[in-house]
Write a protein that binds this ligand. Structure first.
Ligand SMILES: Nc1nc2c(ncn2[C@@H]2O[C@H](COP(=O)(O)OP(=O)(O)OP(=O)(O)O)[C@@H](O)[C@H]2O)c(=O)[nH]1
Ligand SMILES: [Mg+2]
Length: 391
């Protein structure tokens, strides 16, 4: 990634980021590319932007088809529940069977390849929460290069909160997994935690720029980061830097190019002969890098393990709220990221709530006495009960 684009290119990218309409975005990306000098240092960036443009073009095409009443697949699925999980796999691995067996979705299961042609959502219950599981149309080699609906499936994966990589234990599961991960990597979606992570949350104009370094900057100073962001007109945002980040990685985040998605592997068809041996091969291949759940959608073996694996891998916690005037806490928890504070909870309940926050009372097993009066920065854990008091 180059750290030396001309000023007009950087300005143009600021316009791309601000554009909400796909047509306008596409046009601005085209203009952006015309300002980028073509050499080795910018080749990766150009390829990435062109891929984003290809996805936009398809989106526009689909929109037109739908307006014309000709239907066509709908690739965007509104998020629901604790998190949206995209189910990715080659054809016939049993993605629809999983939705049929573990969720409320109505799907078509068939031995014919490429049966599912548009994403199908279903809710998978886990204790007192639900995950939204979305079957993505099958991946194939070449998906990232635009084969069939590959780019849309990958865009769906990029938008999801987590991934389920599904393989068939009747076939060579290692080859399938490496094909899926290969296509993901080509569109710069990572399933293993990168050493550094940079999140840019854009804010309304006038909000100002806040940079929070949780980890450490590598080979650059805080001021370098600030200047780079400003040169791209990222002036109203909260930028969080985790791990050991270089200036290149900050620039990557500006282009929204590298995304990390927590993932679990679901190895299906454990009921068939030879599946156990294939599972051993898969375990050796993965080497503990990602959790593997061996299941059978046919016999329903171990399907109940999926919810817990997702909950753990996505680093989630459940927090129960209580009205000051009421005796009982709500049975429906708020689902937050591990490491969230009372302030994050207040914000997710209502933006007003965080502004008028006075103090909270927390009931938790780990506290010596409950409830305890706490401030906004109090770190929450799974199972905590919180009562928020406003000014
Ligand atoms: N033995 C066995 N067969 C299974 C299992 N799960 C799915 N199948 C079979 O595998 C075939 C494909 O299943 P689907 O659920 O349609 O697969 P898919 O991944 O959704 O496939 P496409 O949408 O076409 O890409 C069907 O014939 C299923 O009956 C399982 O756990 N065990
Ligand atoms: Mg299917």
């Amino acid at each position: 990634m180059p750290a030396n684009l001309p000023a007009e290119a950087k300005r143009k990218w600021a316009e791309v980021s601000a554009a909400r309409n796909p047509r306008e975005k596409l046009q601005l990306m085209q203009e952006f590319l015309s300002f980028v000098p073509k050499h080795k240092g910018t080749a990766k960036l150009c390829a990435q932007v062109k891929k984003q443009m290809a996805v936009l073009r398809r989106e526009i095409e689909e929109g037109k088809r739908r307006k014309a009443g000709r239907g066509g697949p709908k690739f965007f699925i509104e998020k629901e529940g604790a998190a949206q999980i995209a189910v990715l796999g080659l054809t016939n691995v049993g993605k629809s069977s999983l939705l049929a067996a573990a969720t409320n979705a109505k799907v078509e299961v068939s031995p014919a390849p490429y049966t599912t042609k548009e994403p199908v959502p279903g809710m998978l219950p886990y204790e007192d929460i639900q995950f939204q599981i979305v079957e993505a149309p099958a991946l194939m080699k070449g998906a990232a290069d635009g084969k069939a609906w590959g780019l849309q499936t990958l865009a769906l994966a990029r938008n999801a909160d987590g991934l389920m990589l599904m393989v068939d234990l009747m076939q060579n599961p290692c080859g399938q997994l490496s094909a899926i991960i290969g296509e993901l990597e080509k569109t710069r979606i990572l399933v293993s935690k990168p050493k550094a992570r940079v999140e840019i949350e854009r804010k309304f104009i006038g909000a100002g720029l806040r940079i929070i370094v949780f980890g450490r900057l590598f080979g650059c100073t805080f001021k370098d980061v600030e200047e780079l962001l400003k040169s791209y007109r990222v002036t109203d945002a909260i930028v969080k830097i985790y791990g050991e980040a270089t200036l290149d990685e900050v620039e990557d985040a500006i282009f929204e190019s590298t995304a990390y998605k927590p993932a679990i592997i679901v190895a299906n068809k454990i009921d068939v002969d030879g599946a156990e041996a294939n599972l051993k091969l898969l375990e050796a291949y993965v080497g503990g890098q990602l959790p593997i759940i061996a299941v059978s959608c046919k016999t329903r073996q171990s399907l109940e393990k999926i919810g817990e694996a997702l909950f753990k891998t996505l680093d989630l916690i459940r927090v129960y709220t209580k009205e000051p005037s009421e005796k009982d806490f709500s049975k429906k928890p708020f689902v937050l990221k591990k490491g969230s504070t009372v302030y994050d909870l207040a914000k997710s309940i209502h933006s007003d709530f965080s502004e008028n926050f006075a103090y909270a009372r927390v009931w938790a097993k780990r506290l010596v006495f409950s409830p305890q009066k706490v401030g906004a920065t109090f770190p929450l854990e799974d199972g905590d009960i919180v009562e928020i008091h406003t000014k």
